[in-house]
Design a binder for this molecule. Structure first.
Ligand code: GDP
Length: 297
């Protein structure tokens, strides 16, 4: 499970001061050294770690004493709050356009889980928000991507718009939006093409789709298992395309958690959903608060 190592180390460090009636500045410093190491070991971006430690130190040393908590507990509370803040603070929800359909572009590199996440998101929107999404198969390059989305649509009994692999993705996307209007689908989820690396052709095509359909959301799907690479991918997609959110997949694997803890801080783009397994219902809204509590036990 994600964060196991980090959770263990942080809890170990914090447990030592939990019951203390007095925590000196030197104690806080010493503890922060260990928290810093734990975060770096969990593959958190080093700049993010630095900022995080500074903020906790500032708050933990300067804060007023609360009667209900021991000083040790208070430091832990600060660490918890700052971890939550790091991951985005409040939960960030998916857009809902005033005038339907809400257009969502799903982008990302090949293998990140984009097609799977498109179907998971469609399922989530229907189940939890009572929406009627239309999925659009605009990944015409990866062999079998269209078929994969169609199969997922059949499993879910939800519509998939496709025009095969001989029509341009820009046309597929724009016709899908027209179709959604005709059929009164309130969301259109466009599964776009990925590549093995971020490249110009990929970005050009995505930019063209963006200009054509004017999406309410551009969600980047990234694989949490790739750690700092996921953060770098998020940075470059965000610079070139302007993201509105991130779906972090494979958080069920034994990722060290660095991506989850760095993406928001580095790109200022909220993580909106987490993929927690291969099954269609294993997509969860990302809750920074719950994630922080999970790490701190
Ligand atoms: P795409 O190339 O980005 O469209 O990737 P796919 O949607 O085909 O997914 C690639 C692989 O990752 C598939 O085997 C998926 O089942 C798997 N996958 C996607 N999301 C998750 C997740 O949250 N957890 C796990 N364990 N596997 C996932």
């Amino acid at each position: 499970m994600a964060f196991e190592g980090l959770a263990e180390r942080l809890q170990g460090t914090l447990d030592r001061i939990k019951g203390r009636g007095k925590v000196s500045e030197a104690d806080v410093k010493e503890m922060m050294r260990e928290v810093r190491l734990a975060l770096l070991e969990a593959d958190v971006n080093f700049k993010v770690v630095k900022q995080f430690i500074n903020r906790v130190k500032e708050r933990a040393v300067g804060q007023e004493v609360m009667k209900s908590l021991t000083p040790g507990q208070q430091v832990i509370k600060v660490v918890n709050e700052e971890l939550q803040e790091l991951m985005g603070g409040e939960q960030s929800k998916i857009a809902h356009a005033q005038k339907p359909p809400t257009v969502v572009m799903m982008v990302g590199l090949q293998g990140a889980g984009k097609t799977t996440s498109t179907a998971k998101l469609a399922n989530h929107l229907r189940k939890k928000h009572n929406r009627q999404p239309l999925m659009a198969a605009a990944d015409i390059y990866r062999p079998a991507a269209i078929k994969q989305l169609e199969t997922l649509g059949e499993q879910l009994n939800m519509p998939v718009f496709s025009l095969g692999d001989q029509v341009s993705p820009v046309d597929i996307a724009s016709q899908a939006v027209d179709k959604a209007k005709e059929e009164h689908n309130d969301y259109v989820l466009i599964d776009t093409a990925g590549r093995l690396h971020v490249d110009e052709d990929l970005m050009d095509e995505l930019l063209q789709i963006k200009e054509k359909v004017n999406p309410d959301e551009i969600l980047l799907v990234v694989d949490a298992m790739t750690g700092q690479d996921a953060v770098n991918v998020a940075e470059s997609f965000n610079e070139q395309l302007g993201l509105t959110g991130v779906i972090l997949t494979k958080l069920d694997g034994d990722t060290r958690g660095g991506a989850a803890l760095s993406v928001k801080a580095v790109t200022d783009t909220p993580i909106k959903f987490a993929g927690m397994g291969e099954k269609i219902d294993q997509l969860e809204p990302f809750h920074p608060e719950r994630m922080a509590s999970r790490i701190l036990g």
